[in-house]
Design a protein around this ligand. Structure first.
Ligand code: ZN
Length: 108
């Protein structure tokens, strides 16, 4: 789910910011594809949050197909897999008992 402008339909990353296209403050949450590309990333060597089993953790800025950029964890299929800018990714459903503070993405 992403905030979507009630006036012009543009998606945006945050409900607290006005629409980047028409400046309207009005938005509602709407379903999005969950697909995007790695815009930037970092490898977090100082530990991973509970519910994220991969170490070191990878935190990325993902540019979604709808336009907004969001932060999330990247889960690789195996520890030796590589990650790169522009890699296509998709969101992974969260497990109810292991909620992370940000969405998770995997390569697609
Ligand atoms: Zn708008």
């Amino acid at each position: 789910m992403l905030p979507k402008c009630t006036e012009c339909g543009e998606f945006r990353a945050s409900l607290s910011n006005p629409c980047p296209k028409c400046s309207s403050p009005n938005a509602h949450l709407a379903k999005c594809s969950g697909r995007g590309r790695i815009y930037s990333y970092l490898v977090e060597h100082w530990g991973a949050p509970q519910g994220y089993s991969q170490a070191p953790a990878i935190i990325a800025v993902v540019e979604l197909e709808e336009g907004p950029r969001v932060m999330g964890y990247v889960v690789l299929p195996d520890p030796d897999a590589s990650i790169s800018v522009n890699m296509p990714v998709e969101a992974v459903a969260q497990e109810a008992d292991h909620r992370l503070p940000m969405p998770r993405f995997r390569p697609r």
